[in-house]
Design a protein around this ligand. Structure first.
Ligand code: ZN
Length: 428
């Protein structure tokens, strides 16, 4: 009796009533029991046609079907109901559609349980969710996918004025994904995931936005005024074509990362050479050189000073790398530009090929770099860094995604800030 009361409270279904419920033996469950709650249609209420959504008279009734529901006290709960067939005026004989079933039709899961699993999948890994709630990994995946599909279908894409484009290496090997974020103050979210990092990968985002704009009758692409990206040529090409009027900003995060990479290359080569000569001054120096000086402990700082005393290629690269940091403190794009030019001249004379390569690309993209200073007052580029960090974290957590689709679904779920299907009660 109490169970019926509870079900009516947390999961009322209009036009249907909870009939009987029972604790039954269920060998498929680890503890061997399950709760069955039977539903039946309220007398006089007609079923809804799954073809057109209109109500129609009952034609006949199908065998009982089971819909997985949110477990109670570690006991699996199943709603049992015999679907009616509707004699629909428009569609002919059709199976009825019931409000508690998850969208997609064939799923043996209730919408409530689908949303429940998807919510947990944001807090735990999918594997953990499947273990805790005794469902398969695929069931968790399908639940998240349904919630994500709903969210993508129902999300609001208006008001996007700033976007960031970034690439991430997924899994091992040379597989990439192109991610597009919205970077507006107060609305930061992942907008798009696309396989690869080619021109086509980024174009898919604009196609999606164009389609969504048609639906809402607005120019969603034209409203974008800022775009942040790294120097990847394919992205630059698409951005120049699709957003010719937007302020294109090469963001600091990527520039610093490129320079660090160059520094590390110089260090690795030199360390190898020195090791061959039997000198280990650069041994275990990687971390000391790449970390910001502020974050080093006293002992580490001392070790760093020992390295910096020597006339090494690595030391010259390090000093150049540190030197460029000062540029970001400028307020005026003009002065920042002068600083950048002077730095590039110095770097070109350094005889360090990896550093020269960076200097060449900084010169080539001078204007977009200075846009960072032009946009600074209006728009905070640091947001990209934060989102990027979250993506990397997600990839670590998501270790073991078998397909690109699964990874895509996970990223949208975690970072897309998507609307959820409405359910009457919050189970978790
Ligand atoms: Zn119909």
């Amino acid at each position: 009796m109490l169970l019926k009361t509870l079900l009516n409270r947390v999961h009322p279904v209009k036009g249907f009533v909870y009939d009987k419920d029972a604790l039954v033996a269920d060998p498929t469950q680890p503890n061997g029991v399950g709760i069955e709650a039977h539903l039946r249609a309220r007398k006089g209420s007609a079923g809804v046609c799954s073809g057109c959504g209109q109500r129609g008279p009952t034609y006949d009734t199908q065998p009982e079907r089971r819909f997985d529901f949110v477990p109670l006290w570690g006991i699996a709960v199943v709603l049992v109901y015999a679907l009616r067939r509707i004699d629909c005026r428009q569609c002919g004989v059709k199976i009825e559609t019931v409000p508690w079933a998850a969208p997609g039709g064939k799923s043996p899961m209730t919408l409530a349980f689908t949303v429940f699993l998807a919510r947990w999948a944001r807090r735990l890994s999918w594997q953990e969710v499947s273990e805790v709630f005794w469902v398969s990994w695929e069931a968790v995946y399908r639940a998240v996918e349904q919630v994500v599909d709903y969210g993508l279908e129902h999300r609001d894409l208006t008001g996007i004025t700033a976007i960031g484009v970034d690439e991430v290496a997924c899994a091992k090997g040379q597989r990439y994904a192109t991610l597009v974020y919205q970077l507006n103050e107060g609305r930061r979210r992942l907008l798009h995931v696309s396989e690869g990092r080619s021109v086509k990968s980024l174009l898919r985002f604009f196609q999606m936005l164009k389609k969504a704009g048609k639906k809402s009758g607005q120019d969603l692409i034209g409203s974008i005024h800022f775009v942040c990206s790294d120097m990847w040529a394919a992205y630059l090409k698409v951005i120049a074509k699709k957003l010719p009027h937007a302020l294109h900003i090469l963001d600091r995060f990527h520039l610093v990362a490129n320079l660090n990479k160059a520094l590390d290359q110089v260090r690795a080569e030199e360390a190898r050479d020195l090791a061959r000569q039997g000198w280990d001054v650069l041994k275990r120096s990687r971390w000391l050189l790449l970390r910001r000086r502020k974050r080093l402990t006293g002992k580490q700082r001392w070790k760093l000073r020992q390295i910096l005393r020597w006339d090494l290629k690595t030391v010259r690269a390090y000093i150049l790398e540190e030197g460029l940091q000062a540029m970001w403190e400028y307020r005026s794009p003009t002065y920042a530009g002068r600083f950048l030019d002077a730095w590039c001249r110095q770097a070109m004379r350094s005889r360090l090929e990896p550093i020269k390569k960076v200097a060449r690309s900084l010169r080539e993209h001078r204007e977009s770099i200075l846009n960072w200073f032009r946009a600074k007052k209006l728009f905070n580029c640091g947001i990209v860094e934060g989102l990027n960090g979250r993506v990397k974290l997600r990839f670590r957590k998501a270790f073991g995604f078998r397909t690109f689709r699964a990874m895509e679904v996970a990223l949208y779920h975690e970072l897309g800030d998507l609307p959820e299907p409405q359910v009457a009660h919050r189970f978790c």
